[in-house]
Design a protein around this ligand. Structure first.
Ligand code: GLV
Ligand code: MN
Ligand code: MN
Length: 406
């Protein structure tokens, strides 16, 4: 019979093969592959004897009632959506490792004293709507009207996507009033190089960096590429190029500030037409919220200058703003004890990447375990964690579940 770790490794491949594109891995909010992945996770939860359900936004839940179902539940899990041309581990590993830890307990015939709710979120990356943590935000409170109005590239709003693409539009949302769960614990790949350089398989997370996401649109005037002299042009794309380089130099001059422009669209988008509009995304992060806000202001001011110099109209649209989120000291100390018990390490790290814990921290204490990933590479198809490190992560999670006191 395969071990829980062997099952987990096979499941990573199985989930990693479910994609909306034949050539690479992509599963965005409520896409066909996203829904297929949810079905697969539901079947794994059911095989473990969990009581399963799915929210209208696609998020999946499996419940193990434990010895005392009336105690407040421990939430564990991660997200099953991906970025475009993703790796197989970001998000998926946290769900699959949680299943493996519960499977290990079952093999040891251990019933936990409290309920465990395994959550698999339909959207954390925000790839389709630019809005991160849709799945985990939805379990803390109904999504607000501004979020529901956000549109994807095809002009479909989140509200409409949930109404028309949801596998369970009529199902009850999965909601936890603040204070009702005892905590949320997530295992995730590190996505940086620190564990590799420290020769450690895992560590515990102290905090999750804040981030701001925006969409910027520059509007100029379309015109003929062959007949319009250079001084008379109002080219939105050359303006966007200046803005993107301004973002890069701001970040380069203020470490650890990081700014990314990951997507750009041009209209009309023909080789012989001067671009009328250029719309691009901004993802800006800094561990210090005040510095992040000041950096946003400086960037906005530089964009106003660039637009003015080039006779362009600037539309600066904030999409999301998340403050830095500390992990809970008590829950983290308990996870650290398990890390030390299994690996001997006491290593802790802040997370530069965003995680569902940011949203869930509104309703309960959060803690995170990081697993080493090769070359720190993530959001890339070569993302990889070794079977040995995955096994260690599952052992730490299992130890934590066993030693957590109600
Ligand atoms: C999620 O991976 C993020 O940090 O954007
Ligand atoms: Mn992730
Ligand atoms: Mn990610």
């Amino acid at each position: 019979m395969p071990t829980p770790v062997e099952i987990a490794l096979a499941r990573l491949e199985e989930l990693g093969a479910i994609s909306d594109a034949p050539s690479h891995l992509v599963r965005t909010f409520l896409s066909p592959a996203n829904r297929e992945a949810a079905e697969k996770i539901l079947s794994w939860m059911a095989a473990l004897g969990m009581e399963t359900s799915q929210a209208p936004d696609g998020t999946v839940r499996g419940i193990l009632p434990g010895k005392n179902p009336s105690l407040s539940p421990l939430l564990i899990g991660s997200h099953y959506d991906t970025v475009i041309d993703a790796g197989k581990y970001d998000g998926s590993l946290g769900i699959i490792a949680a299943l493996a830890a519960l499977e290990s307990l079952k093999l040891e015939t251990i019933t936990l004293p409290f309920p465990v709710h395994l959550l698999a979120f339909s959207d954390e990356e925000g790839t389709r709507f630019q809005t991160t943590y849709l799945g985990s935000r939805s379990i803390t409170a109904p999504l607000d009207s501004e979020t529901l109005a956000a549109q994807d590239a095809a002009g479909i709003s989140i509200a409409r996507a949930i109404a028309t693409e949801s596998p369970t539009a009529t199902a009850a949302p999965i909601l936890y009033p603040a204070g009702t769960p005892r905590g949320y614990v997530e295992l995730h790949i590190e996505q940086g190089r620190v564990l590799e350089e420290a020769h450690e398989p895992a560590c515990v997370v102290t905090s999750i960096a804040g981030q701001s996401r925006l969409t910027v649109t520059l509007t100029g005037r379309a015109d003929h590429a062959g007949t319009t002299p250079m001084p008379l042009r109002r080219d939105a794309l050359t303006g966007a190029a200046a803005c993107i380089l301004a973002a890069e130099s701001l970040a380069q001059s203020s470490p650890p500030l990081v700014i990314t422009v990951g997507k750009i669209q041009v209209h009309p988008g023909a080789s012989n037409s001067i671009p009328q509009t250029a719309t691009f995304t901004i993802d800006l992060r800094h561990p210090d919220d005040e510095i992040r806000q000041n950096s946003l202001t400086r960037l906005h001011e530089s964009y106003l200058r660039i637009a003015d110099e080039r006779q362009l109209h600037l539309h600066w649209l904030p999409i999301q703003d998340n403050n830095a989120t500390p992990c809970d000291p008590t829950l983290t100390a308990s996870l650290l004890q398990s890390l030390t018990a299994i690996t001997g390490s006491t290593l802790t790290l802040p997370s530069g990447a965003g995680h569902d814990g940011v949203a869930i921290s509104k309703i309960c204490p959060i803690a995170m375990l990081f697993i080493r990933c090769r070359d720190g590479l993530s959001h890339h198809p070569d993302e990889y964690a070794t079977p040995a490190d995955i096994a260690t992560g599952i052992q730490i999670l299992t130890h934590f579940l066993k030693s957590h006191n109600p």
